[in-house]
Design a protein. Structure first.
Length: 164
């Protein structure tokens, strides 16, 4: 089935991704010994909380047209589908997150995993933007992408610093 998402649905996914991202950064801090990288992950975890609050605020300000369903969904399957998409495409479920973190033995590996997750979220939101119909919703999704790009930049710079 082809879905056309409204902005409200995309922002709900964004909030789920931020929750999963916060969990990743908190668990990654426990996994590594490098204090500089721990500080970066702490900062990113706090940013995930702030981003979630931003997305919740943006969601509450959307016009009614941006919250209307684009498909008939009497069984509320869309919310289940959106949660599954967020879990599959970016920061996955808690069990999968734990297994991925178990494979990490260095701060560099943790940073690279974080970078991959941030890249996935950028690609995910850009894909969701293409499936969102209303212009205002698409413009707001651009804000999501910029927020995730700031994480990507921060992690990339830390990887460079760690190699020096």
């Amino acid at each position: 089935m082809l879905y056309a998402f409204n902005a409200a649905e995309v922002f709900q996914i964004a909030m789920d991704i931020e929750d999963n991202g916060r969990s990743f950064y908190e668990k990654a801090q426990e996994k590594i010994d490098n204090e500089e990288v721990k500080a970066v992950f702490k900062s990113l975890g706090l940013a995930e909380i702030q981003h979630r609050e931003l997305f919740a605020s943006l969601l509450s300000k959307l016009p009614a047209s941006a919250t209307e369903s684009t498909v008939w969904d009497p069984e509320d399957e869309m919310n289940q589908y959106l949660k599954m998409m967020a879990d599959m495409h970016v920061f996955r479920t808690s069990d999968d997150l734990d297994s991925r973190l178990a494979e990490i033995s260095t701060a560099e590996e943790a940073l690279k995993l974080a970078l991959d997750f941030e890249k996935d979220s950028i690609v995910f939101f850009l894909s969701m933007k293409d499936m969102t119909e209303e212009k205002q919703g698409r413009d707001l999704i651009d804000r999501l992408v910029k927020e995730e790009m700031s994480h990507h930049k921060q992690i990339s710079l830390e990887i460079v610093r760690q190699k020096k």
